[in-house]
Ligand binder design. Structure first.
Ligand SMILES: [Zn+2]
Length: 194
């Protein structure tokens, strides 16, 4: 699964909704849903969007290279009052990996829960190797109703066919997770090796 950045990112302009947390990278407060949740245990860092902070002490970081880098260099250790050893590139990779895992999980849940189809209202997930986009896909992307993720073969397997240019996820809860994963990928893709 390799999401491509298609969804417009309006997170910087929308007022925070729901719980608000402080980014340990830049120190600014933002909606928890727009931040990457992290925990540390025995000096190691874990990122898990779905588990929350059930284990260990939790902190939050913006999914931006600069915030993650500052968190790795200072913010995590300062916030947790103990030495946390993680390289900036490793922290970016952890966040990306966790976002991908969340996307895969959300898509498989949608498939098994009857919240996935090939048409209708919902979030359109377009294969990154789908080729030239149809007019309806372009329109969906422009309106923020589509993201790019997975390959034609991967999306097809969710529908039980050989390949699919897109799938439509109708569950709002799962759609929110997919959007969140896409936002993290948009912010970080290609930066983990910088
Ligand atoms: Zn930040």
């Amino acid at each position: 699964m390799d999401p491509r950045p298609l969804a417009p990112d309006d997170s910087e302009h929308a007022p925070p909704r729901g719980p608000v947390r402080t980014c340990v990278g830049c120190g600014r407060r933002d909606a928890a849903s727009s931040l990457v949740p992290m925990t540390t245990r025995d000096g190691s860092v874990f990122v898990d969007f779905t588990r929350g902070h059930a284990k260990g002490r939790g902190v939050h970081v913006h999914p931006r290279p600069r915030c993650l880098d500052d968190a790795a260099r200072r913010g995590l250790s300062r916030s947790l009052r103990r030495q946390v050893r993680v390289k900036p590139a490793a922290l970016r990779a952890l966040a990306l990996e966790a976002a991908r895992a969340m996307a895969v999980d959300a898509l498989s849940r949608a498939a098994t829960g009857g919240a996935l189809g090939d048409a209708g209202d919902g979030l359109r997930v377009i294969a990154v190797d789908a080729g030239e986009l149809s007019a309806s896909s372009s329109e969906a992307i422009g309106a923020g109703r589509a993201i790019g993720m997975g390959t034609r073969a991967e999306l097809g397997s969710l529908l039980g066919v050989e390949a699919a240019d897109w799938v439509v996820v109708t569950s709002e809860a799962l759609t929110a997770r997919l959007r969140r994963a896409a936002a993290v990928h948009t912010a970080l893709a290609g930066s983990e090796v910088a």
